[in-house]
Design a binder for this molecule. Structure first.
Ligand code: FAD
Length: 634
C-alpha cells in the first residue's frame, strides 16, 4: 500500500541518532516521519545507562546548544552526575551522568510525541525506494510504502546484526530486538561501500545479590562524600530540581583468579577463535581483550552502576564480554562483593554492517544516492553521544535539502561536531570511532561551558532553537559581554588601594594602574574576590550574574592569551579552509601532483581545500599545488 501522505524527511531508526534527527528536521519545519521497529524502544540505551564523559560530554552540550534533546533528557533522568577532570583546565572538563534508563526513554519519547511536524510509526523498514539515483521513500515489513524527499538512515547495530556468546551465535539487532536483514541486503544491492564492526556489553547483575558492604562507594557530585557539593546540570536549560533522586555507584576489582577464569575460556571465545571478523572499539575493550593485551596487570577496576531507581539491575562497567556463559558466571562470582551475584542478562558481542563514511558528502548525504543520509553507528562510530550529534546533523541537512538550501557543517574550530564529521568523511574508520578531546586541535576554544556561545546563534538561524532557549541564551550572552566591557573600562590605581586589600585579593601590592580585566587574568584572582576588593567598590551597580556567566568571564580572561593564539592559527588556515573545489574538478590536469595524490583526490572528491588537506596521503605540498591551480582558474 502506498501511504497517502508524503513526507519531507523519513528517519529510519529510533535510537540516539534517529530521535535527534527526527526532532531536528521537525523543529526546522520539515514534515517528518520517524519509522522504527518498536515505539517502546525509542531512545533506548543498548549498553550502559550513562551519558557524557570526556569528549562525549562536549558533543552532548553541542547537541543541546542546537536545541537537541539528549542533555535535557539526561537532566530529567540522571541519578548520578559528575564533572570529570574538575581540577584540570576548562577544555578537558566534562559532564558525565548515570541515567535511569526507563526515565531517559520516557523523556525522549515525550519530546517525540509532542513535537509538531513529527509523526511516529512502528514497523521495520525492509526496503528503500530508489528512482534513478535518488531515494524517494521507504517500504516497511508489511509492504507499506512511505514516500519522502529525503531519508535519514540510522539503523545502529541492527544491519545484519549477529550476537555472539561463546561459540553460539544468532541474528539480532541487539539482545531482545530483531536484526535488519532485508534492509542490509538492499543496501548491499545498492553497492554502498561497507564493512563489519563489533561491539560488546557485560552481563547485568541483580543488585539484591551484590554485597555492597564489601565494595567501595562512589557518590556523585552534590551527594554526601562527593567531589563537590554542587550538583551539575547537563543542559543549558537544565535545573537541579529536574533531577530525580541521586544514587551512588560502587567499585570492585578483578583479581588473579578472575583473570585465570577468563584465560580458561579463551579457546571458546568468539574473538580469539575467529568467529568474529568485525573490529571492536580499542578504547572500550572486552575484559578478555584486556586480560590478553595487558597480561601483567593484576587487577582492573569494575564500577557497579545502577540502571535506575525502580530496578535492582546493575551494570558492571569494565567486564564487557562474549565469553561462554559458564565462564561469565564464574568470572563474575570471583570478584569481591559479587560472590553470590545473580546474572540477569548474559554479556555478548554483536557484529553488524557499517558503511564507509568517506562515501558521504559533508552533509552526510551519500554520494551515490541523492537524498539518502546516514547517521550514527552505521557510519562506523560508537556511543550514544556520537550518534546523537550525527543524527542532529543529518536531520538538519535533510531538512535544508527539502528547503532547497545549502547544507550546513560547523568548522573544526567551531565544534566537536565539526571535528566528528570532518574526521569521518576525510579519514574514514578502521575501528569504531569515539570522540576524544585529543581529536580537536582547537580544544581550548571547544569547551563544554561555551558550547552555547559557539552554536546557539547558528541553531537559531537554522530554526532549531525555540524561543525560551533563545531568550535565555541572549540574556547570558549580553550579560557576559556587558560585564566584560565594564571590567576592561574600570582602572584600579595603586594609590587609591589600601595595601592590605591589595594583598588579600591580588596576593601582592600592584605597582601601577591595571584595569579589572587584567587583574582577573591573574591565576589566584577570582571574579568574586575581585568584586569584593576594597569593600566592593568595583562591583557594578545592579550587576547580578549567575555562576555560568561568571565562569565565561573568568575563562575568557584567564585563557585569553592561548585563545587568541588559537584564533590566529584558525585565521591563518582560513585562506584555504573554505576554498571550494568544483564538483567536476579534473585532478588529472594538475600534473604537478603525484599520481597517487590525484587518484586519492579523484576518489574522495573533497568539497573544500580544507577537507582535502585532511585526507590521509594528501601532503601540504599537494594542497599548495591545488591552491595555485585553483587561483590560476585551472
Ligand atoms: P541504535 O541505538 O542501535 O538505534 C538503532 C535504531 O534503529 C533502533 O531503534 C532500531 O530499532 C532501529 N532500526 C534498525 N533497523 C531498523 C529497520 N530496518 N527498520 C526500523 N527500525 C530500525 N557504545 C559505547 O559508547 N560504548 C560501549 O561500550 C557500547 N557497547 C555496546 C554494546 C552493545 C551490545 C550494543 C548493541 C551497543 C553498544 N554501544 C556502545 C553502542 C551504542 O549503543 C550505540 O553507539 C548507539 O546506540 C548508536 O546509536 P544509533 O542511533 O546509531 O543506533
Amino acid at each position: 500500500m502506498l501511504y497517502p501522505e508524503e513526507f519531507d524527511v523519513i528517519v529510519v531508526g529510533g535510537g540516539h541518532a534517529g530521535t535527534e534527527a527526527a526532532l531536528a528536521s521537525a523543529r526546522m519545519g520539515a514534515k517528518t516521519l520517524l519509522l522504527s521497529h518498536n515505539i517502546e524502544t525509542l531512545g533506548q540505551m543498548s549498553c550502559n545507562p550513562s551519558i557524557g564523559g570526556i569528549g562525549k560530554g562536549h558533543l552532548v552540550k553541542e547537541v543541546d546548544a542546537l536545541g537537541g534533546a539528549m542533555a535535557i533528557a539526561t537532566d530529567e533522568s540522571g541519578i548520578q552526575f559528575r564533572i570529570l577532570n574538575s581540577s584540570k583546565g576548562p577544555a578537558v572538563r566534562a559532564t558525565r551522568a548515570q541515567a535511569d534508563r526507563v526515565l531517559y526513554k520516557a523523556a525522549i519519547r515525550r519530546r517525540l510525541e509532542n513535537q509538531p511536524n513529527l509523526s511516529l510509526f512502528q514497523q521495520a523498514v525492509d526496503d528503500l525506494m530508489v528512482e534513478g539515483d535518488r531515494v524517494v521513500g521507504a517500504v516497511t515489513q508489511v509492504g507499506i510504502a512511505f514516500r519522502a524527499r529525503t531519508v535519514v538512515l540510522t539503523a545502529g547495530t541492527f544491519l545484519d546484526g549477529r550476537i555472539h556468546v561463546g561459540l553460539d551465535n544468532y541474528q539480532a539487532g541487539r539482545a531482545g530486538d530483531p536484526p535488519a536483514i532485508s534492509l542490509s541486503a538492499r543496501l548491499k544491492e545498492l553497492k554502498l561501500p561497507q564493512g563489519r564492526l563489533k561491539t560488546g556489553t557485560p552481563p547485568r547483575l541483580d543488585g539484591r545479590t551484590i554485597d555492597f558492604s564489601k565494595c567501595t562507594e562512589q557518590p556523585g557530585d552534590g551527594m554526601p562524600g562527593g567531589t563537590t557539593t554542587a550538583l551539575p546540570v547537563f543542559s543549558f536549560m537544565g535545573r537541579i530540581d529536574m533531577h530525580p533522586r541521586q544514587m551512588p555507584c560502587w567499585v570492585t576489582h578483578t583479581n588473579e583468579r578472575t583473570h585465570e577464569i577468563i584465560r580458561s575460556g579463551f579457546d571458546r571465545s568468539p574473538m580469539f577463535t575467529g568467529k568474529i571478523d568485525g573490529v571492536g572499539p580499542r578504547y572500550c575493550p572486552s575484559v578478555e581483550d584486556k586480560i590478553n593485551r595487558f597480561a601483567d596487570k593484576e587487577s582492573h577496576q569494575i564500577f557497579l552502576e545502577p540502571e535506575g531507581l525502580t530496578t535492582n539491575e546493575y551494570y558492571p562497567n569494565g567486564i564487557s564480554t562474549s565469553l561462554p556463559f559458564d565462564v561469565q558466571y564464574k568470572l563474575v562470582r570471583s570478584m569481591v562483593g559479587l560472590e553470590n551475584a545473580h546474572i540477569l542478562r548474559p554479556g555478548y558481542a554483536i557484529e553488524y554492517d557499517y558503511f564507509d563514511p568517506r562515501a558521504l558528502k559533508s552533509s552526510f548525504e551519500t554520494r551515490a544516492i541523492q537524498g539518502l543520509f546516514f547517521a550514527g553507528q552505521i557510519n562506523g562510530t560508537t556511543g550514544y553521544e556520537e550518534a546523537a550529534a550525527q543524527g542532529l546533523f543529518a536531520g538538519i541537512n535533510a531538512a535544508l535539502q527539502c528547503r532547497g538550501e545549502e547544507s550546513w557543517m560547523p568548522r573544526r574550530d567551531q565544534a566537536y561536531l565539526g571535528v566528528l564529521v570532518d574526521d569521518l568523511i576525510t579519514k574514514g574508520v578502521t575501528e569504531p570511532y569515539r570522540m576524544f578531546t585529543s581529536r580537536a586541535e582547537f580544544r581550548l576554544q571547544l569547551r563544554e561551558d561555551n558550547a552555547d556561545m559557539r552554536l546557539t546563534e547558528a541553531g537559531r538561524k537554522l530554526g532549531l532553537v525555540g524561543d525560551a532557549q533563545w531568550d535565555a541564551f541572549s540574556r547570558k550572552r549580553d550579560a557576559v559581554s556587558r560585564e566584560t566591557e565594564r571590567l576592561k573600562s574600570i582602572w584600579v590605581n595603586p594609590r587609591n588601594l589600601p595595601a592590605a586589600e591589595s594583598e588579600r585579593v591580588l596576593g601582592k601590592a600592584i605597582e601601577h594602574e591595571y584595569n579589572l580585566a587584567d587583574l582577573l587574568r591573574r591565576p589566584d584572582v577570582s571574579y568574586r574576590s575581585l568584586m569584593s576588593l576594597d569593600g566592593g567598590k568595583y562591583a557594578g551597580e545592579g550587576v547580578t550574574l549567575d555562576p555560568t556567566e561568571i565562569e565565561q568571564i573568568e575563562i575568557a580572561a584567564k585563557y585569553s592569551g592561548y585563545i587568541d593564539r588559537q584564533h590566529d592559527e584558525v585565521q591563518r588556515a582560513a585562506h584555504f579552509e573554505n576554498l571550494k573545489m568544483p564538483a567536476d574538478f579534473d585532478y588529472s590536469l594538475v600534473t604537478a601532483l603525484s599520481f597517487e595524490a590525484r587518484q586519492i583526490l579523484a576518489k574522495h572528491r573533497p568539497e573544500t581545500l580544507g577537507l582535502a588537506s585532511r585526507i590521509s596521503g594528501i601532503t601540504p605540498a599537494a594542497i599548495s599545488l591545488l591552491m595555485i591551480h585553483l587561483r590560476k582558474g585551472g
